[in-house]
Design a protein around this ligand. Structure first.
Ligand SMILES: NC(=O)c1ccc[n+]([C@@H]2O[C@H](COP(=O)([O-])OP(=O)(O)OC[C@H]3O[C@@H](n4cnc5c(N)ncnc54)[C@H](O)[C@@H]3O)[C@@H](O)[C@H]2O)c1
Length: 306
């Protein structure tokens, strides 16, 4: 049975991925700074610091597949924390690529969707579009991607770059810096204002977390022509459209419009043609995803409502 390790396994994507992998024919190892209090039976938890060389080596050395989900910055804080990201995240990921390439492991690196491409007139954006990162979070991801391309020149089973668009669903925490749908539903349930920056015309390619983890697992077995994939739906939805969907669940919800932020790209839709050409898969429709997430969050209200 293959051994799979998720670096950053307690995070939004890592945790859901671990739960999904438990149902596959693999042994699952979840690596993070702490062991979660809500441990899941069947997952092997490893407590450790990604930035400690020996700890990282020990954690990955006997594994077959590595999902790299650690990132210490996000689009919201990357202007404050970029030196840390280049000094730590970048260098340590280069070391990880070295280990992976020298020991013939498969790795999937979680990159970013919109922030690496920047402002684009032609949408949906394809993987071979030029990249023009709009902040240091996107720039960090591109630095790492370029290193991965170089390693891939020398290895048979390529390291895969997954450019994930805008995931939403169970386990997300918008207070960490991203997640319009998460924020909107939680605030609607708690009776708080839903804050919209600008007029609500910002368009994103929202993808349900269960689709993300299934596609990531598929990519861990891919060894074809490409090393970079958008993990997206290829469909854009505006914030206004999201709010209209939520209105059916929360007729009394309150919306507060604030000044638009210059950090927000107006529109980002990522083509998923490359991925769908390799994997025949039906995505969860956004209305169904929102319905599932609303039901989930209503049950968990005590955990986030204050
Ligand atoms: N969530 C999104 O909207 C989104 C979109 C596109 C790409 N991504 C990328 O996907 C990856 C995972 O995202 P996420 O939303 O699950 O992030 P997250 O912040 O929820 O999870 C990251 C995990 O890494 C762990 N971690 C941080 N520093 C560590 C260290 N030194 N040692 C061990 N573990 C450490 C954290 O404890 C956390 O559990 C990231 O690389 C992120 O950039 C996320």
């Amino acid at each position: 049975m293959k051994k799979v390790i998720i670096l950053g396994g307690n995070g939004f994507i890592g945790k859901r991925l671990a739960s999904y992998l438990l149902k596959q024919d693999v042994s699952v190892y979840s690596f993070d700074l702490t062991i979660p209090s809500d441990k899941e039976n069947g997952i092997n938890y490893i407590e450790g610091n990604f930035f400690d060389d020996d700890t990282l080596m020990n954690a990955v050395e006997d594994k077959d597949i590595v999902f790299h989900c650690v990132c210490t910055i996000n689009p919201g804080n990357s202007w404050e924390k970029y030196m840390q990201a280049y000094n730590l995240d970048f260098i340590q990921t280069v070391k990880l690529c070295k280990i992976v390439s020298e020991t013939n492991k498969k790795m999937v690196f979680l990159s970013s969707g919109g922030t690496v491409y920047g402002k684009k007139d032609i949408q949906p954006i394809e993987e071979n579009s030029t990249t023009y990162p709009i902040n240091h979070y996107g720039a960090l991801k591109i630095c790492i991607e370029n290193v991965i391309h170089s390693f891939n020149e020398r290895i048979n089973d390529k390291i895969i770059i997954a450019r994930i668009s805008n995931p939403y669903g169970p386990g997300q925490d918008y207070t960490k810096g991203v997640g319009f749908i998460d924020a909107a539903i939680k605030n609607a349930i708690s009776g708080k204002d839903i804050v919209v920056f600008g007029d609500g015309s910002v368009i994103r390619d929202y993808i349900y977390i269960d689709d993300v983890v299934k596609l990531l697992y598929f990519l861990s077995s891919y060894n074809g022509e490409y090393d970079t994939f958008n993990v997206s739906t290829g469909i854009g939805t505006s914030q206004i459209e999201i709010l209209q969907m939520l209105q059916t669940h929360f007729p009394d919800m309150k919306i507060k419009y604030e000044k638009e932020r210059d950090v927000d790209l107006k529109k980002t839709i990522l083509s998923n043609k490359r991925l769908m050409d390799c994997y025949d898969y039906k995505m969860i429709d956004i209305k169904d995803g929102i319905f599932k997430y609303v039901e989930y969050l209503k049950e968990k209200k005590d955990e986030y409502a204050t």
